[in-house]
Each structure stands twice: as structure tokens, then as C-alpha cells.
Design a protein around this ligand. Structure first.
Ligand code: NAD
Ligand code: TDX
Length: 336
């Protein structure tokens, strides 16, 4: 068992990274977290504001900055790498930042982990496996071949391959986890669930792509955090673990649950232009993680998790409101 006491969390001011920082501060009192975050449009220091100073510290900087990494990595015992350009629609509008942050950034961190002898955990996505047909009985496993579809997922797949090579060639003590779609507090309003919740709070009709039948495998972000902790501390170096909570639902079903929570008619939304190359279905088989590391999700009631998430957006309008107009303007320009 690996017992870290001083970890770097990249992207710790984003959605999933900041939830992980809260999780570590709450659940693992002996651990100090250094957040390394560039504070792009997706990063907000408010996400980790108020945490005790002796537990979590923010360094504003770019994961591609190798001199900075040489200054901050020594003295830490692990890097948990969440930072990424994370939104598929943005990667279609402009792929360049995805190549830089997702590929070059991972390269820089792997080199730092190698040079300073630090344990490295890589946060990846189920999207590296491409998509499944709606009627395919299969789910993704650690053995599924890589077949990414979008500029976003192809850069995440590239970064995963770098991690595997740095483990095998240079002996970096690295693990990878590929998780399904997360939901919960602090998710940017560009993403599906927060976009529709904040539209409804603002009196705007939700927007559904294509035929609404695309399936995503939803997991609460706290369950993602507990799984990452299990892999970081008990996972075997060189291994990949898939993280999922058996949460497959199609988009129109999720949207109708949100509409219901707002007391709106189930058809009170707009169909909009589909995403080019839109993946049909993701589905995770997390048997390896459950069997080897004994992990189980705690948030198994999606309706309850969704209701809590809606409550969070209602109560935290000051957090999301500043990003809303610009996000919707970008979507409007894309016909979405
Ligand atoms: P996010 O877009 O909400 O946050 C990304 C964070 O990274 C932001 O704080 C941003 O400022 C920071 N960042 C971006 N570029 C940086 C750079 N060059 N240097 C330093 N910091 C930088 O993303 P998210 O949805 O929280 O996703 C986090 C990670 O989890 C990503 O690696 C993503 O691929 C992966 N993932 C996400 C999901 C999901 O459902 N959102 C599912 C599986 C995996
Ligand atoms: O307004 C919308 N209407 C809509 O129908 C938006 C924003 C999305 N959608 C659809 C597209 C997808 O089928 O909803 C689904 C979810 O979309 P996103 O929230 O953009 O997520 P997705 O593309 O599935 O990718 C997410 O999960 C995997 C994360 O953004 C990635 O970072 C992660 O790797």
C-alpha cells in the first residue's frame, strides 16, 4: 500500500479535480494537496476556497511549464493529473489547446515524475474506447482497443499511451483510470447536465442534440474520487482501471428527469444541431476495480444525486452566472 502525504493535483480548480481536493481534505487528514492549475476558462479558485491553508495550497501555472514543474515537484510523493481541456464541443471548434494541454502537458508531467522519482496517476476517460451501438451487449473493459472519435478523446488517448510508454520504458510508477461521465457540483455550465439546469433556472428552454438517444454512463463525482484514491494507493503500477457505476441512461431520459424536477412538461425543450461525430453510447465494466481494489460506488441513486445537483446550482447562482452568457453565445454561434 502506497501512503502519500504530499500530493500534487493538477486541474484542482476544475470540476472533477476540485471535488477530488475536497474529498482528500475531508477523508484523508494526513495528506497535503498542492493544486497546480492554469485557471483557464474552466478553472475557478472559488472551487477550493475556504479549505484549511495547511491542507490545500494553490499554485497558478501551466502543466506544460517544465521549469515550474522542476521547482514544485520535489518534496511531493505523487502527481494526480486531472488538468485537461475537457469539452468535446470546444475541441471541434478549436483542437489546438487540446493538443497542447492534453498531450504536451502529460509529457511534461511524466518527465517530471521520472526525473524526481514521483508516483504518477493519470485521469482519463472512457471516450478513448470510441463508442458502442445502442444494442451492443458489450461494455468497455481494460482490454477494449482504443478507437477515439473526437479531437478531445484522441488527445486523451494519446496521453494514455505516453503514460504506458513512460512506465514500461522508464519505470515511472504510473497508473491510469478511465472514468465515465461525471455529474455533481462545480461542473462548468458548458456540460450537458449543468447547461440544462442553468437554462431552466434562467427561464430558457433546454437544448438536446441529435435524436436524444445517445447513452452516457453517469457516475457521481464523489464516487470517481474514492475510486481514484483506491487506485492511487492500492493500484498496481503499469495497470489501467476502468471506473463506472452502472449508470447508463440516454440523454432524453436525463433531460426529462431535470424537466420534471422543475415542474415542466417533458417536451419543453429545443432540439438543436447534433455534435459532429457524436459518440452513440459509452458503457463501463468496472469489475476489475471492484474485484482487485474492493471499490464500490456510494451514490447509486441517480435521481437523488441529480436532485442534490439541481439544488446546488439553485443555491450557487453567483458561482455559475458569470460564465453562462459567454457559454450560450458560443453555442448559439455553433447552432447548438
Ligand atoms: P474541467 O474542464 O472542469 O477542468 C479542467 C481544469 O484543468 C481547469 O481547472 C483548468 O483551469 C485546468 N487546466 C486546463 N489546462 C491547464 C494547463 N495547461 N495547466 C494547468 N491547468 C490546466 O475538466 P473536468 O471535467 O473536471 O475533467 C477533469 C479530468 O477528468 C480531465 O482529464 C478529463 O479528461 C477527465 N474526465 C472527465 C470526465 C467528465 O465527465 N467530465 C469523465 C472522465 C474523465
Ligand atoms: O447542450 C447539450 N445537449 C446535449 O444533448 C450538451 C452540452 C450535450 N448534449 C449531449 C452530448 C452528449 O451525448 O449530452 C451528452 C453529454 O455531453 P457532455 O456533457 O458534453 O459530455 P460528453 O461529451 O459525454 O463528455 C463528458 O464525459 C466524458 C466530459 O465532458 C468529458 O470530459 C469526459 O471525458
Amino acid at each position: 500500500m502506497f501512503e502519500p502525504t504530499n500530493i500534487i493535483v493538477t486541474g484542482g480548480c476544475g470540476f472533477i479535480g476540485s471535488n477530488f481536493v475536497h474529498y482528500v481534505v475531508r477523508e484523508h487528514p494526513g495528506v497535503h494537496v498542492t493544486v497546480l492549475d492554469k485557471l483557464t476558462y474552466a478553472g475557478n479558485p472559488e472551487n477550493i476556497a475556504g479549505l484549511p491553508e495547511d491542507r490545500a495550497e494553490l499554485v497558478v501555472g501551466d502543466v506544460c511549464d517544465r521549469e515550474l514543474l522542476d521547482r514544485i515537484v520535489p518534496g511531493h510523493d505523487a502527481i494526480v493529473h486531472y488538468a485537461a481541456e475537457s469539452h468535446n464541443d470546444n475541441s471541434i471548434a478549436d483542437p489546438e489547446p487540446f493538443l497542447r494541454t492534453n498531450v504536451e502537458g502529460t509529457y511534461a508531467l511524466l518527465e517530471a515524475a521520472r526525473k524526481h522519482g514521483v508516483r504518477y496517476h493519470h485521469i482519463s476517460t472512457d471516450e478513448v474506447y470510441g463508442d458502442l451501438a445502442l444494442d451492443d451487449p458489450a461494455r468497455f473493459t481494460e482490454e477494449t482497443p482504443y478507437r477515439p472519435s473526437s479531437p478531445y478523446s484522441s488527445t486523451k488517448a494519446s496521453s494514455d499511451l505516453l503514460v504506458r510508454a513512460w512506465h514500461r520504458t522508464f519505470g515511472v510508477r504510473a497508473t491510469i483510470s478511465n472514468c465515465s461521465n461525471n455529474y455533481g457540483p462545480y461542473q462548468h455550465v458548458e456540460k450537458f447536465i449543468p447547461r440544462q439546469i442553468t437554462n431552466l433556472i434562467g427561464g430558457v428552454r433546454p437544448k438536446l442534440y441529435g435524436d436524444g438517444l445517445n447513452v452516457r454512463d453517469w457516475i457521481h463525482t464523489d464516487d470517481h474520487s474514492s475510486a481514484v484514491w483506491a487506485v492511487l494507493t492500492r493500484g498496481r503500477a503499469g495497470e489501467t482501471y476502468l471506473i463506472g457505476a452502472d449508470g447508463e441512461k440516454n440523454n432524453i431520459t436525463v433531460l426529462r428527469e431535470i424537466l420534471k424536477a422543475f415542474g415542466r412538461d417533458e417536451d419543453d425543450f429545443d432540439w438543436v444541431r447534433d455534435r459532429p461525430g457524436h459518440d452513440r453510447r459509452y458503457a463501463i465494466d468496472s469489475a476489475k476495480l471492484r474485484r482487485e481494489l474492493g471499490w464500490e460506488p456510494a451514490h447509486t441513486d441517480f435521481a437523488e444525486g441529480l436532485a442534490e445537483t439541481i439544488r446546488w446550482y439553485r443555491e450557487n447562482e453567483a458561482w455559475w452566472r458569470p460564465a453562462k452568457a459567454a457559454t450560450e453565445a458560443r453555442y448559439a454561434a455553433q447552432g447548438q
